[in-house]
Design a protein around this ligand. Structure first.
Ligand code: UDP
Ligand code: MN
Length: 276
């Protein structure tokens, strides 16, 4: 093991928050993140992207990393970024790695409270499965044999230091990318394969990790405060899948992130115009 900074209760400084993004999303998704939840975790959050952007690097307090991974939405590019994120986490020596996509709102105080319920020295893989069934496929290193494993959807998951250290021989130093190639699966499935198949550990389901794979409109306004992540998307029929919450107008806040942020933290300066 590595020396830990302190022995007390987990706090925000014990979490390595990594956000995957891409140059094409800096002005839209990333800007929205830097204007909302990022304000509560400035020192702890790092953005992993694929282009240099001096302005955004400044806005994130120098926390924008160009992974030099390709800027395409391919398996290779996504595994490449996750691989860089994982190595950066190991180097950080922090108790927890929490990964989020750039279209996720993170409720920081509730995330911290969640992690206080688990020992970082034990093996924990916290997330939410994206499908009802786990992946069933032929074992790439044992032809003819079937393997079955679950995984947390890549939009939001956390891994304890204890588990990350066990994952290191499989995922560290770019090996995560090699496994992605072998399996021909995206980054979130690769993490599930390493944790559930290679290490025989299990995903712990956190139902408050919401993503746009769910109908966000179904979350009741009174339930919002206890959700850990929220998101937004446009559905195939062109309609928005967003949280149902009062606040800014649909024009001012099409994703509802600003309204969510002001609902949770009404004393923020940007929220004043909502007070009547
Ligand atoms: N992403 C990326 N490169 C791309 C497309 C997407 O790094 O070419 C990132 C994006 O910033 C986000 C994640 O991958 O953090 C998931 O992308 P998106 O939300 O567009 O797709 P989803 O899988 O949710 O449908
Ligand atoms: Mn998404």
């Amino acid at each position: 093991g590595q020396p830990l900074s302190h022995a007390g209760l987990t706090d925000i400084s014990d979490i390595f928050i990594s956000v995957k993004t891409s140059g094409k999303f800096h002005a839209s998704r990333l800007k929205l993140v830097t204007e909302t939840w990022f304000i509560l975790a400035r020192e702890q959050t790092t953005f992993f992207t694929d282009t240099d952007d001096a302005e955004m690097n400044e806005a994130t307090g120098g926390h924008l990393i160009n992974t030099n991974c390709s800027s395409s939405h391919t398996r290779q590019s996504l595994c490449c970024k996750m691989s860089v994120e994982f190595d950066a986490y190991l180097e950080s020596r922090k108790r927890w790695m929490c990964h989020f996509d750039d279209d996720i709102y993170v409720n920081i105080p509730v995330l911290v409270k969640l992690l206080q319920n688990y020992q970082h020295t034990e093996d924990w893989y916290l997330g939410k499965p994206s499908m009802r069934h786990p992946i069933e496929m032929e074992d790439p290193s044992n032809r003819g044999m079937k393997i079955v494993f679950g995984f947390a959807t890549g939009s939001a998951f956390c891994i304890s230091r204890g588990l990350a250290l066990k994952m290191m021989p499989h995922a560290g130093g770019g090996r995560l990318m090699a496994i992605g190639e072998k399996l021909r699966l995206p980054d979130d499935c690769v993490i599930g394969y390493i944790v559930e198949h290679l290490l025989n550990e299990e995903l712990t389901v956190i139902k408050e990790f919401r993503s746009h794979l769910e109908a966000l409109v179904l979350i009741k306004p009174y339930q919002l405060k206890k959700q850990i992540t929220l998101s937004y998307s446009r559905r195939a029929d062109g309609r928005q899948n967003v949280v149902n919450i009062e606040g800014f107008t649909a024009e001012e806040d099409p994703t509802r992130f600003k309204s969510i942020h002001c609902h949770l933290f009404p004393t923020f300066r940007e929220c004043r115009k909502l007070q009547s």
